[in-house]
Design a protein around this ligand. Structure first.
Ligand code: CA
Length: 641
């Protein structure tokens, strides 16, 4: 029976050896399968067509006694009497726009020194600081000073400057101090024409070939090797500088539905369908994949393992992870643990629409406790800090809304059940959903929705620019010190904005907007350098203090203590105690979103000041002695001793 049939070997696709090339395709319902070979990846006529032979468990096989590296191919199948041609879902290389697969000898795609390449190894996921970047946004604006605009190689350039001579690109990111670059989809996606002289823009959440890099980011999309080698060069460069790389994976749906290679090869197997036989659309993109079926799950696990092993990927961000079933995500964690338990896994703990997948089997935020080693985006903290993302004008803790102190405490605790939280929050599965701080991705900006700066502008049109900067800095101070894993959109650190081209406001869904909207404007760094320095200071402070990076709910309960009876609308807490026998430096964090200064009573004695008003640093920026402290309006003060 098709729904339980499983091929358990890991040799699907085209395997290239010096004396032969082996082709294997899982197509259990096909009555004939043939291999079509082509000299190029676009429109050349077929060179040869060779029949495959049906083997075990629905797999079709042919071995050609030649080294076929660089040969392009497709399969032609007959199913229910209908003939169709499809590229290979297991392909590791392809031609322009991904329509034809290519046989590749992967050893020939490696830059010099690749076999010795490896990424950073973190002791805990909470040691990571994630920076979300679109490959094209980094370099497409002239102000980047980057030569390889819009390309993988743009992220390998150093010494690049803006008009004022400030570092841009990779140098800027290194100076900022983040640990991992999370790149928006860079597997082969469908919506950008790789053949165009000036390709259109897209975020890339529309998968074509899951195991192949996107061609429009390479300097030659027609040659199947170039995109692979240039992506490896990028990864090698990041690793050389001590930075990790996260791939944004989108296994939850395919760009095409009936015309996807999956559906052409095994109709109605890879996608979930509804009782009326139509495709379910839990992704909001026209279909959703059926991860619970054995060969879909196996495909996803094999694909993730391939990226980790072949490309030395340090982490995976799962788009609409709530559309995957728990068993699949657990299988992914197990498979990656065998490579390195330090490989990060996190995702969106929700779906993009109604799905037939039962809620209790979804890899959703509410079920994340069943997924140790996997984190979910913390929308509770996000919306508490800046206001609901689905309303441009809604305010948050930093921007003028009151009565959010319990929710902010919840977010600071990474949505773990801390004893100081109200019982109603502790028993709410939508509030205390994380089983450990390692399961919470803390953020206030991402590619989706308004940038943080635009959100503050629209929700606080009547306050001064100075006050909005204070709000932005207070937001950063909260999530960059909260328990969990901090994450932010590239450019947030110098007030990135996405004004629409027609002047009608800000783009909250710029997935296909032009570069002029999406690109990072590096000259804005000059004006907002103090904000960048503040982020940099907070990041270095976070890295210096294990108390900000606790790994268990038990440690949280033991080491984190909220100050009670603080001034109205404020939150303050102390971190102290010991982890694994090592005593922590005592820290005191005080957050005042009120426009006026407020006075906090604190434990008396001598304290170092690490953050106050618009400054933050891992080194003391001042000293204090006494039993109270005045915290400026809309600001954070951090003390330590
Ligand atoms: Ca593509």
């Amino acid at each position: 029976m098709l729904s339980t049939l499983e091929y358990t070997k890991h040799d699907l696709g085209a395997l290239c050896y010096p004396d032969r090339t082996e082709f294997r395709l899982w197509a259990p319902t096909a009555t004939t399968v043939s291999l079509r070979l082509y000299p190029d990846g676009s429109t050349s006529p077929v060179l040869d067509e060779i029949a495959l032979i049906q083997g075990e468990s629905g797999v079709w096989i042919v071995t050609i006694p030649q080294y076929l590296h660089g040969t392009y191919y497709t399969y032609r199948l007959t199913i229910d009497g209908i003939s169709r041609e499809a590229c290979d879902p297991y392909a590791k290389a392809c031609g322009i726009n991904g329509h034809r697969s290519m046989v590749v000898d992967l050893a020939r795609t490696n830059p010099a020194g690749w076999t010795a390449d490896h990424g950073p190894t973190l002791a805990s996921p909470t040691d990571a600081i994630l920076y979300e970047l679109h490959i094209r946004d980094l370099s497409s604006d002239a102000s980047s000073g980057i030569h390889a605009k819009g390309k993988f190689l743009g992220l390998t350039e150093t010494g690049t400057k803006n008009a004022a001579g400030l570092s841009t690109g990779l140098d800027h990111i290194r100076a900022l101090g983040i640990t991992h670059i999370h790149l928006l989809p860079f597997f082969d996606y469908a919506s950008v024409d790789e053949a165009a002289a000036l390709p259109n823009f897209n975020w890339g959440y529309d998968p074509a070939n899951y195991n192949i890099p996107e061609g429009s980011y390479s300097t030659n999309a027609s040659d199947g090797v170039t995109r692979i080698r240039e992506l490896k060069q990028l990864i090698q460069t990041l690793h050389t500088h001590g930075l990790g790389i996260i791939i944004d994976v989108v296994y939850n749906h395919t760009f095409a539905t009936e015309d996807s290679c999956f559906h052409k090869i095994v109709p109605n197997y890879y996608h979930r369908t509804l009782p009326d036989s139509t495709f379910s659309n839990g992704s909001g993109c026209g279909n959703e994949t059926a991860s619970e079926r054995p060969m879909v799950r196996r495909y996803i696990v094999d694909s993730v393992v391939y990226w980790a092993k072949e490309y030395h990927i340090d982490g995976f961000r799962f788009d609409l992870m709530g559309l995957h079933d728990i068993d699949t995500m657990q299988a992914i964690r197990k498979a990656l643990d065998e490579i390195s338990p330090a490989i990060l896994i996190y995702g969106e703990g929700w779906t993009g629409g109604a799905s037939p997948l039962p809620e209790d089997t979804r890899a959703s935020k509410q079920n994340i406790a069943k997924l140790p080693g996997i984190a979910a985006f913390n929308d509770n903290l996000r919306d508490t800090i800046k206001g609901n993302v689905f309303s441009a004008t809604d305010k948050g803790f930093v921007s003028g809304k009151h009565d959010l102190t319990d929710e902010l405490r919840l977010g600071i605790c990474a949505c773990c059940a801390h004893p100081a939280l109200p019982a109603a929050l502790r028993s709410d599965p939508n509030a205390c959903w994380a089983a450990a701080p390692t399961q919470s991705i803390n953020y206030v900006s991402a590619h989706d929705n308004l940038t943080l700066w635009d959100k503050l502008t629209l929700s606080n049109p009547d306050v001064s620019r100075k006050q909005r900067i204070q709000m932005n800095q207070l937001a950063a101070a909260i999530y960059l010190t909260s328990q969990g894993i901090p994450f932010f959109q590239a450019g947030e650190e110098f007030l990135r904005s996405k004004p629409k081209a027609d002047g009608s406001g800000f783009d909250e869904n710029s997935y296909n907007a032009p570069d002029s909207v999406n690109s990072i404007k590096w000259d804005e760094l000059t004006e907002n350098l103090a904000v960048f320095e503040y982020y940099k200071g907070l990041i270095s402070f976070r890295k210096a203090h294990p108390a900000l990076r606790l790994t268990t709910t038990e440690a949280l309960a033991e080491c984190l203590h909220f100050l009670e009876n603080t001034p109205d609308n404020t939150v303050a807490y102390c971190l102290s105690g010991a982890i694994a026998g090592e005593s922590l430096q005592e820290l005191l964090l005080l957050f005042n979103p009120n426009p006026d200064p407020v006075c906090f009573s604190i434990l008396p004695g001598n304290w170092n000041i690490y953050a106050a008003e618009g400054c933050a640093s891992a080194q003391p920026i001042g000293q204090l002695s006494g039993s109270s402290i005045l915290v400026a309006g809309i600001s954070c003060t951090i003390l330590g001793r």
